[in-house]
Design a protein around this ligand. Structure first.
Ligand code: TRP
Length: 457
C-alpha cells in the first residue's frame, strides 16, 4: 500500500525534503530575524555581536535543535505526549506541558507584533508615512499601539490567518503554504538588500555589520546573543518536537538541522544588510532599540526614491515571515488538543485560537488606557509574557530537552534515530553527545540564572 505523506503512526507527515525545510525554516525565520536580531545587533555594537551569535548557533543552537528532532520523530507526538511516551511514569511530561504553556504565551505577544506589521503594511500601501519626520513617526507608532480597535482588529485578522492555515492540516496547510511563502520571502529580501546597498553611503552600514569591534562586547551582550539564538531558532519549547513528529522516516536529521540554522542565520544577516546600510545612509543611529523597524524604517523609506513601494515590500516580508512562525506555535497547541483531548482538528484549532486570543487581546491592549494600570514587576502584560517565555521558559525547556536526550533517552534508540536505523554514517555523534551532555546545559544554566537575576555579572 502506498503511504506517501503518512508516517507509520498513521499521522500526517511532510512529503518532501523541501517541504520539511520550508516548514521548519519557516518556523525559525520570523520577527526574531527581521525585527529582534537587527535591533539587538545595533545595540550591541554590530559585527562582534554577530560573531558570538554565529558561534552559539553552531555549538548550542544546532545541538538543541537536533535533540528536539530526535524526540519528536521517535515519539511522533506533541511535546507533552512525546515525553509521556518516551519516559512513561516519569515527570518528564512536565517539560512538554511547559512547552504547551509557553506556546500560549509566545503566540499571544508574538501575534500582537505580527498584527502591527499588517497595520504598517496598510500604512505603506496607502502612503501613510508621507511628510512625517522622526518625531511624528514615533508619535504615530505610540498612538497606534495605545489605540483600542485598530491593534485588536489586526491581531484578530492575523490570528484568523494563522488558524485558517492550521485548520487545513500538516500537508495542505503547513507544508503547502510554507513552500510558497519561504521562496517569496527570499525574493523580497534580496530585492530590498539590493535597494539598500545601492544607496549612497551604504558602505558604512556594511562595515558596522561585518567589521567586529570586540570592545563593545560585555557579559550582557553575550547573554543577549544566547537568548536570541533560542528565540530565533524556535528551540526550547517543543515547536520543533512537534514539527519533527511530521518528518518522514528517511529525513536526515543532522542535515535538516544545519539547513534550517543556515537559512535562519542567512535571513538574519540579510535583514541586517537591508537595515544597516539604509540607516547609515540616512544618518540614523543603529541602536534605536525595538522601534528600529516600526519607527526608523518608515522614516528611511519615505526619504528614498520609490520608498512607498519598498516600504510595502518590507512590511509584507515581515508579515509573511511572522505567519510562517505563528502557524508553528499554534500547531503545538492544536497537536496537543487533538492527541491528548481527542478533539477534531477543526474544533481544536478554533478553541486554541480562541483561548490564545483572549490572552493575546490583553497583550495587544498593554499600552491602552484599559490595561495601563496592569503591571507585574514593572512590566506590562506584553512585556511580562515576552520576558517570561523567552528568558525563562525557553532556556529551562532547552536545558531539559538536551539533558533528556543526553542522559535518559537510551543509547541505542538515540543512535537508531540519528542514523536512520543504521543507514547513515553518523561520525559526528560523539561530538554532539558531548555538547548536549555538558556544554549546552551549562551554557543554558548560565543564561537562566542571569535571566532571573540570580547571577549578576
Ligand atoms: N523563531 C521565530 C522567530 O524568530 C519565533 C518562534 C516560532 C519561536 N516558534 C517559536 C520562538 C518557539 C521561540 C519558541 O521569529
Amino acid at each position: 500500500m502506498k503511504n506517501i505523506g503518512n508516517n507509520q503512526a498513521g499521522r500526517e507527515s511532510f512529503t518532501t525534503k523541501f517541504g520539511v525545510i520550508a516548514a521548519t525554516a519557516g518556523s525559525a525565520v520570523g520577527l526574531g530575524n527581521i525585527w529582534r536580531f537587527p535591533y539587538l545587533t545595533g545595540e550591541n555594537g554590530g559585527a562582534a555581536f554577530l560573531v558570538i551569535y554565529l558561534v552559539f548557533v553552531l555549538v548550542i543552537g544546532i545541538p538543541v535543535m537536533l535533540s528536539e528532532f530526535v524526540i519528536g520523530r521517535s515519539a511522533r507526538k506533541n511535546p507533552y505526549g512525546a515525553f509521556k511516551k518516551l519516559a512513561p511514569g516519569k515527570p518528564w511530561y512536565l517539560v512538554g506541558l511547559m512547552g504547551v504553556t509557553a506556546a500560549f504565551m509566545i503566540l499571544a505577544f508574538y501575534t500582537t507584533v505580527a498584527g502591527w506589521t499588517l497595520e504598517y503594511l496598510y500604512q505603506s500601501v496607502t502612503n501613510g508615512f508621507v511628510n512625517k519626520d522622526g518625531a511624528q513617526l514615533s508619535l504615530m507608532f505610540s498612538e497606534f499601539r495605545s489605540d483600542t480597535w485598530r491593534p485588536l482588529f489586526w491581531f484578530l485578522i492575523f490570528m484568523g490567518m494563522t488558524a485558517g492555515i492550521i485548520v487545513l492540516g500538516v500537508r495542505k496547510g503547513i507544508e503547502k503554504s510554507t513552500v510558497i511563502m519561504m521562496p517569496l520571502l527570499f525574493v523580497i529580501l534580496v530585492i530590498l538588500g539590493i535597494r539598500s546597498l545601492t544607496l549612497p553611503g551604504s558602505l558604512d552600514g556594511l562595515r558596522f555589520l561585518f567589521k567586529p569591534d570586540f570592545s563593545k562586547i560585555d557579559s550582557s551582550a553575550i547573554l543577549d546573543a544566547l537568548g536570541q539564538v533560542f528565540f530565533s531558532l524556535s528551540i526550547g519549547m517543543g515547536t520543533l518536537i512537534t514539527y519533527a513528529s511530521y518528518f518522514p522516516a528517511r529525513d536526515r536529521l543532522l542535515s535538516t538541522s544545519f539547513s534550517v540554522a543556515l537559512t535562519d542565520t542567512l535571513v538574519a544577516v540579510l535583514a541586517g544588510i537591508v537595515i544597516f546600510p539604509a540607516a547609515f545612509s540616512f544618518h540614523i543611529a543603529p541602536d534605536e532599540g525595538t522601534g528600529l523597524v516600526f519607527v526608523t524604517l518608515p522614516g528611511i523609506f519615505q526619504q528614498m526614491p520609490g520608498g512607498a513601494f519598498f516600504a510595502s515590500l518590507f512590511f509584507l516580508l515581515l508579515a509573511v515571515a511572522a505567519l510562517t512562525s505563528t502557524i508553528s506555535v499554534l500547531e503545538v497547541i492544536v497537536a496537543f488538543f487533538v492527541e491528548e483531548l481527542r478533539l477534531r482538528r477543526k474544533m481544536a484549532t478554533w478553541i486554541a485560537a480562541g483561548t490564545v486570543s483572549l490572552l493575546g487581546m490583553m497583550c495587544t491592549l498593554s499600552w491602552n488606557s484599559l490595561m495601563e494600570g496592569v503591571s507585574f514587576f514593572g512590566l506590562n502584560t506584553f512585556e511580562l509574557l515576552d520576558y517570561t517565555s523567552a528568558n525563562i521558559l525557553l532556556p529551562i525547556g532547552g536545558f531539559f530537552i538536551a539533558l533528556f536526550v543526553a542522559w535518559f533517552f537510551g543509547r541505542e534508540k538515540r543512535m537508531a534515530e540519528l542514523s536512520n536505523d543504521g543507514s547513515l554514517k553518523a561520525g559526528y555523534i560523539p561530538v554532539y553527545i558531548f555538547i548536549i551532555r555538558f556544554l549546552a546545559p551549562i551554557a543554558l544554566a548560565f543564561i537562566f540564572l542571569n535571566g532571573i537575576g540570580l547571577l549578576k555579572m
